[in-house]
Design a protein around this ligand. Sequence first.
Ligand SMILES: C[S@@+](CC[C@H](N)C(=O)[O-])C[C@H]1O[C@@H](n2cnc3c(N)ncnc32)[C@H](O)[C@@H]1O
Length: 203
Amino acid sequence: MAEYSIAPFYDLLLYPFVHSLRLKLLQLCLEQNYSSILDVCCGTGQQLKILGKHGFEVYGVDLSEEMLRVSQKGPYAPECLLQDASAMSFSSDSFAASMTTFALHEKPKEIAQAIISEMIRVVQPGGHLIMTDFHFHNASSRYSKSLIRAIEWTAGGEHYRNFKDYISLGGVPQLIEGLPLVPVKTIAAGLNSIGIFVYEVTN
Ligand SMILES: C[S@@+](CC[C@H](N)C(=O)[O-])C[C@H]1O[C@@H](n2cnc3c(N)ncnc32)[C@H](O)[C@@H]1O
């Protein structure tokens, strides 16, 4: 995948926008005390580094060699594998929780749903899926929605088309319809334009 050639600058560019979100995810994991966490489409592994430094057993998968190269830099290098999130090599029921952050909106619905199905498969029954992505609704700030739209427009092409389809579909709650998941909680972030959706796996 060549589309993440910005990998060396990715964390620097995103830091002002996502650092507080990453701390919210850490807080959630501390509250839930997960014994193991898989980050699907982990990118540069920034979230895994934060979780790993707090003692969590963490793993990541991503399809971009550039992003994974960045994940191995620095004092803490999480275990990250080059894998397609829609067909992972892990055995079923391997993890207490699986998370994905800012990865679903950029994909066609069928691929996003295939990734979610894989996340369900690798999580133990009663474990959690934590899906963090854009979530536009009446309480979303116009400022944050405009900023997100501008960033996504810059990404262009298929990425932007998928983002628009994802928003008009209704985001994560619509993607998971019919899957063996029950809502645990939703945490608002990004001036109410981002949702952290936590679901329990029921099968
Ligand atoms: C917008 S980045 C988000 C990265 C990270 N989750 C974060 O919070 O910064 C989306 C990531 O999804 C990865 N990706 C896209 N399709 C994938 C797939 N089928 N399997 C695994 N990773 C994929 C990309 O390589 C990229 O690193």
